[in-house]
Design a protein around this ligand. Structure first.
Ligand code: BES
Ligand code: MN
Ligand code: ZN
Length: 507
């Protein structure tokens, strides 16, 4: 889908030909002397349009307005959250129509902030998204909507939010695509291929390690998870170099279990298919690199993805087996289904070589996290106050929320064992926290945070599918780390390069 940002007054919008015109109506709507304002005012006055976010009123071929279909949508107080709700509802309603070219009118909103423009662009793309890769041609439902012009009262002030929105749309698309693919279309080798493709962009490099290289590094914990699978493991290293070499990078580590059967500690059959989503952390790292390619910020970022399947097999690791991690710590694998922490711990040790400013791991790590926080907020664990605050703030500004969880030493009690330095499970209580306590043992050499996205990365039921979370949170966090950044402004070098491309953008 193409997006374009344009300065369009309401009077001009009335004369713009398009298949559909979506008009956001906030509480503090100013009336103007044009047919669109008159129509909106009448709809509100008659009580046929409620201004509550997401309420719709549709019209067809209306005098004085060139658009064929018109959708008026309530936007409440015009906050980014309400704009997201409104745009989602309006474009959701258009999904079944034949509209190919739409105008999204935001010129009705006062004091339009960059975050609001971004929210509108992202919500628009989310509303028309459909997964098609593994459907036959006749069953695929590609979006009919081809082009959306975002009309604002001043394109110059909306530009930064728009560009961020476009980058996010592209990043989310990659994250959702790889997460939604079934495990036989998203093997560790295929994930590595996706990373290779990303490395064709400016300032991005990739290195892929296979079983031999990983053995040489001494990643005994990661190897133990992969040894029961016929698919060879991959360790993916992505680098985005947008700043001077001397600038310490942020390292993002994504859990890349392309299918989690539980291994010998086999999971029950019901809903086991959803364990194809156990690489959503990895998918979010791929998505972030796509967004970085687009925005070219003055930052250095490393992405690490330990990718493998977790399968039961004659060669599979058994409960009670003890393995030696890259850090030298020995681990008793009491439950082969607690495999995420086993692949992440070696990636955390590997991260040390980058002398990182911060390391954030992202993982669909525990069912207990789903019980604790559901699908609303991801769980955030951190040993570093500044990092925790920055990630929480990024969650709020991007509408991709997280919630801080504890790391008291007492929670590590249950990880003790008589047979190794540490066990990979504790008791049933506080399962999301004990998993984080396990990881913490491998993250003592840098500021570290862990995001458990087991509840937020995908939806089950009839709406089953990946959400793309927490790409938005991570992108806002990374952009907040640009040194001496003027809020809402990209550095000069990056701005020059992207402004032309972003005017008309395919997403
Ligand atoms: N990938 C799962 C976590 C998960 C489960 C995410 C359900 C989303 C929904 C992880 O590898 C796992 O199996 N964790 C176990 C840990 C337990 C054995 C300590 C769990 O949560 O049951
Ligand atoms: Mn598991
Ligand atoms: Zn898992």
């Amino acid at each position: 889908m193409d997006f374009e940002l344009k300065t369009l007054t309401r009077a001009r919008i009335c004369n713009e030909k398009c298949d559909a015109l979506i008009v956001l109506i906030p509480q503090d709507l100013n009336s103007d002397d044009d047919p669109l304002s008159a129509l909106s005012a009448l709809a509100i006055k008659s009580g046929d349009l409620e201004i509550k976010a997401g309420r719709l009123l549709s019209a067809y071929r209306t005098p004085g307005i060139a658009a064929i279909r018109i959708v008026l949508v309530g936007a409440g107080d015009g906050s980014p959250k309400n704009i997201r709700t409104a745009v989602n509802a309006a474009f959701g309603a258009l999904k079944t129509s034949n509209a190919q070219r739409a105008i999204l009118c935001l010129s009705t909103l006062n004091n339009l902030q960059p975050d609001a423009v971004r929210a509108a662009v992202v919500a628009c793309s989310e509303a028309v998204y459909s997964y098609n890769t593994t459907k036959s041609k006749s069953k695929a439902t590609p979006a009919k909507l081809q082009r959306v012009v975002v009309g604002v009262s001043d394109a110059a002030t909306a530009r930064a939010g728009f560009d961020k929105g476009i980058a996010l749309v592209k990043g989310l698309a990659i994250a959702k695509e790889w997460a939604n693919r079934p495990a036989n279309y998203a093997t560790p080798t295929l994930l590595a291929g996706a990373a290779r493709e990303l490395a064709e962009s400016r300032n991005i490099e990739v290195e892929i390690l296979g079983p031999k290289e990983v053995a040489k590094l001494g990643m005994g914990s990661f190897m133990a998870v992969a040894q029961g699978s016929a698919e060879p493991l991959r360790f993916i290293i992505l680098r985005y170099n947008g700043a001077a070499k001397a600038m310490a990078p942020v390292v993002l580590i994504g859990k890349g279990i392309t299918f989690d059967t539980g291994g010998i500690s086999l999971k029950p059959g019901s809903e086991m298919d959803e364990m194809k989503f156990d690489m959503c952390g990895a998918a979010s790292v791929l998505g972030i690199f796509r967004a970085l390619a687009e925005l070219q910020p003055a930052l250095n970022v490393v992405g690490l993805i330990p990718a493998s399947e977790n399968m039961p097999d004659g060669r599979a690791v058994k409960p009670g087996d003890v393995v030696t991690s890259m850090s030298g710590q020995t681990i008793e694998i009491l439950n082969t289904d607690a495999e995420g922490r086993l692949v992440l711990c070696d990636a955390l040790t590997y991260a040390e070589r980058f002398k990182p400013k911060a390391v954030v791991d992202i993982a669909t790590l525990t069912g207990a996290c789903v019980v604790a926080l559901g699908g609303v907020r991801s769980a955030l664990f951190s040993t570093d106050e500044q990092l925790a605050v920055a990630l929480q703030a990024a969650g709020e500004s991007s509408l991709d929320l997280c919630w801080r969880m504890p790391l008291d030493e007492e929670y590590a009690e249950g990880l003790k064992t008589n047979f190794a330095d540490v066990a990979n499970i504790a008791g049933r209580a506080a399962g999301a926290v004990t998993a984080a306590k396990f990881l913490q043992r491998f993250a003592s050499r840098f500021p570290w945070a862990h995001l458990d996205i087991a509840g937020t990365a995908w939806k089950g039921g009839t709406a089953k599918g990946a959400t793309g979370r927490p790409v938005a949170l991570l992108l806002d966090y990374l952009l907040s780390q640009i040194p001496s950044a003027v809020p809402g402004k990209a550095p000069a070098k990056a701005k020059l390069l992207k402004s032309k491309a972003a005017t008309k953008t395919r997403a």
